[in-house]
Design a protein around this ligand. Sequence first.
Ligand SMILES: CC(=O)SCCNC(=O)CCNC(=O)[C@H](O)C(C)(C)COP(=O)(O)OP(=O)(O)OC[C@H]1O[C@@H](n2cnc3c(N)ncnc32)[C@H](O)[C@@H]1OP(=O)(O)O
Length: 207
Amino acid sequence: MKRLAIVGASGHGKVVADCAEMCGWDDVVFFDDAWPARSELGHWTVVGNTDALLNRLDEFQGVVVAIGNNTVRRDKCLLLLHAGASLVTLVHPSAMISRYAHLGDGTVVLSGAIVNTDARLGSGCIVNTGACVEHDCLLGDFVHVSPNAALAGGVTVGDLSWIGIGAVARPLIQIGREVLIGAGAAVVSDVPDNATFVGVPAKPIKN
Ligand SMILES: CC(=O)SCCNC(=O)CCNC(=O)[C@H](O)C(C)(C)COP(=O)(O)OP(=O)(O)OC[C@H]1O[C@@H](n2cnc3c(N)ncnc32)[C@H](O)[C@@H]1OP(=O)(O)O
């Protein structure tokens, strides 16, 4: 029996649980700080909060943090790592990962996504449904590439940045850390740290 603990009982958590089962994890349970008010999530059970998991880590072969918010995901991952958790990397069977790509610990690649040749992704990233991270992209830690977003060859994305659903970035663009790229944006120029860019072509809306 392969037991997996998922932290974060949300819509994203469900998708990660489904992915984990497709990857061969046959006993998947959730931990969420809203427990006991939140005690079930669709097909899965929420059995405790983060503190409960910290006391039960030896029962699980793997742990994944399935929280969409990049900063909260980072904080939970670091807490669990320091407690000795084994953060697993999940890749949905329908995703295509180049043998020459690198995925950091705790990174999740969901159905239909592509991570192409020589792309390097840090720890705790999400490559969401149908997203494309092209060759030679360099993603920091705790980056989220939303569904159907596409990063062209050689794009870099700093730690904790979020690429919105359906957004695209042209080749070799440099996107800073803690950046937010809005849904459907077309990024055609470099984006500084902490900026929010939206639209086609993408422009800043606030810093
Ligand atoms: C599986 C999953 O669901 S994964 C989750 C995927 N989720 C996403 O991709 C969400 C991405 N988020 C967005 O695009 C958001 O709109 C954000 C973060 C860019 C902005 O959100 P907020 O800060 O709340 O901004 P708000 O909605 O108040 O809009 C501010 C202005 O920017 C405009 N704006 C906001 N988002 C966008 C966008 N994506 N493209 C163009 N303009 C936009 C608004 O029209 C508004 O313009 P106005 O001031 O002229 O009226």
